[in-house]
Write a protein that binds this ligand. Structure first.
Ligand SMILES: [Zn+2]
Ligand SMILES: [Zn+2]
Ligand SMILES: [Zn+2]
Length: 101
């Protein structure tokens, strides 16, 4: 298992927790330790459209981890303050924050 997207491989019996993709290389997210699909290209344009890029750049989950906040982002006051109550609620329901599979 790897956190390095360039070393990611397809894993038999596993799938991306965010979109359910079974046929793409998988990497573990640093923020939530879940399998996520990714681009393995050295130069990746916007992550090749895979979930990993979305998590890293657009999720509360990764932001929370990156900022070094404590506990779960779902209960995080700092994230809630940063985004505002409405946006926080909205984004909490986004598949990139909430694993579906
Ligand atoms: Zn995916
Ligand atoms: Zn995450
Ligand atoms: Zn936070």
């Amino acid at each position: 298992m790897t956190y390095d997207r360039m070393k990611a491989k397809r894993i038999a019996g596993e799938h991306c927790r965010f979109c359910g993709d079974k046929s793409s290389p998988l990497v573990k997210t640093r923020c939530c330790n879940l399998w996520i699909c990714c681009d393995t290209a050295f130069v990746s344009i916007r992550g090749g459209g895979y979930c990993q890029f979305q998590q890293e750049y657009y999720s509360i989950c990764h932001f929370h981890y990156n900022e070094g906040h404590q506990g779960a982002w779902q209960q995080c006051e700092e994230c809630r303050d940063f985004l505002g109550e409405e946006q926080f609620k909205l984004e909490s329901k986004d598949p990139i924050n909430t694993p579906l599979f």
